[in-house]
Design a protein around this ligand. Structure first.
Ligand code: NAI
Length: 250
């Protein structure tokens, strides 16, 4: 087994690949030689980063789709399969936040977050699994969060959705291990992206103080963990949650 990670010949789907962590995952997988198919709700955002991606490799494609729309996702995966003929890796990364205290949280904010973060993962995974099942191999890596493990004030919807991702991952791992399909989650801590840039500086400073490594993570910290979980080097890991958080709250 080579100790160098090489994904040439592999096809990966990355949801939410137009920005932040998903963009970095797409770039790292392309650098490793994979073909990368990005699914994202925001085509404009994808167009704004397309040149950056193209500099690494032309081996990518983009599909505009809302992952919470079950029918659209089923259609999109069908289109991808008929063009690519196979999917080796699925990275469930797209996610949103709609923060607020529970007693003031609207049903809409609760449902939006659960629908995108958790139901979206279900719709995509179910459709992709059918193909991995036939191929008797596959890697599914889903981006949860430290908040899904410890909870957070003002993020009940987000914490519940991320805890759901962990439970869904462990169930997929058990259900499909015999078919050679490995499913793992990554629980990032605080990572510098547009999702976290919105927070006021004093809150960011307070969060940083709670991180033993004393720095906010970068998107590539998560992308590198995804790369490992896609590789041959992680062939005996399934149903696990990898914490990538600088030691935060552990
Ligand atoms: P981001 O906001 O920079 O990127 C999210 C991407 O998902 C965007 O390209 C967006 O267009 C896409 N997206 C959103 N809703 C979608 C939908 N319904 N259908 C298809 N695409 C959709 O966010 P970031 O920070 O890169 O987060 C990526 C993942 O990492 C999320 O699941 C997030 O919960 C998770 N995470 C992020 C942390 C952080 O500190 N930034 C910490 C822990 C987890």
């Amino acid at each position: 087994m080579s100790l160098c990670i090489e994904l040439t010949g592999k096809t990966a789907i990355v949801t939410g690949g137009s920005s932040g962590i998903g963009l970095s995952i797409s770039q790292v997988l392309l650098k490793a030689g994979a073909r990368v198919i990005i699914i994202d709700i925001d085509e404009k955002r994808f167009i704004s980063v397309k040149d950056e991606i193209e500099k690494i490799s032309p081996e990518f494609d983009f599909y505009e789709a809302d992952i919470k729309n079950s029918e659209k996702i089923s259609e999109t995966i069908q289109k991808i399969i008929s063009k690519e003929s196979k999917i080796d890796i699925l990275v469930n990364n797209a996610g949103i936040v709609k923060d607020g205290l529970l007693i003031r949280m609207s049903d809409e904010d609760w449902l939006d977050v659960i629908n995108v973060n958790l139901n979206g993962m279900f719709y995509i995974t179910k459709n992709v699994l059918k193909h991995m099942f036939k191929a008797k191999s596959g890697r599914i890596i889903s981006i949860a969060s430290v908040i899904g493990e410890i909870g957070n004030t003002g993020q009940a919807n987000y914490a519940a959705s991320k805890a759901g991702i962990i439970a869904l991952t462990k169930s997929i791992a058990k259900e499909y291990a015999a078919r050679g399909i490995l499913a793992n989650a990554i629980a990032p801590g605080f990572i510098k992206t547009v999702m976290t840039d919105k927070l006021p500086e004093d809150i960011k400073d307070a969060i940083k103080k709670g991180i033993p490594l004393n720095k906010i993570g970068e998107p590539y910290d998560i992308a590198n963990a995804v790369l490992f979980l896609c590789s041959e080097l992680s062939g005996y890991i399934t149903g696990s949650v990898m914490n990538v958080n600088g030691g935060m709250y552990m």
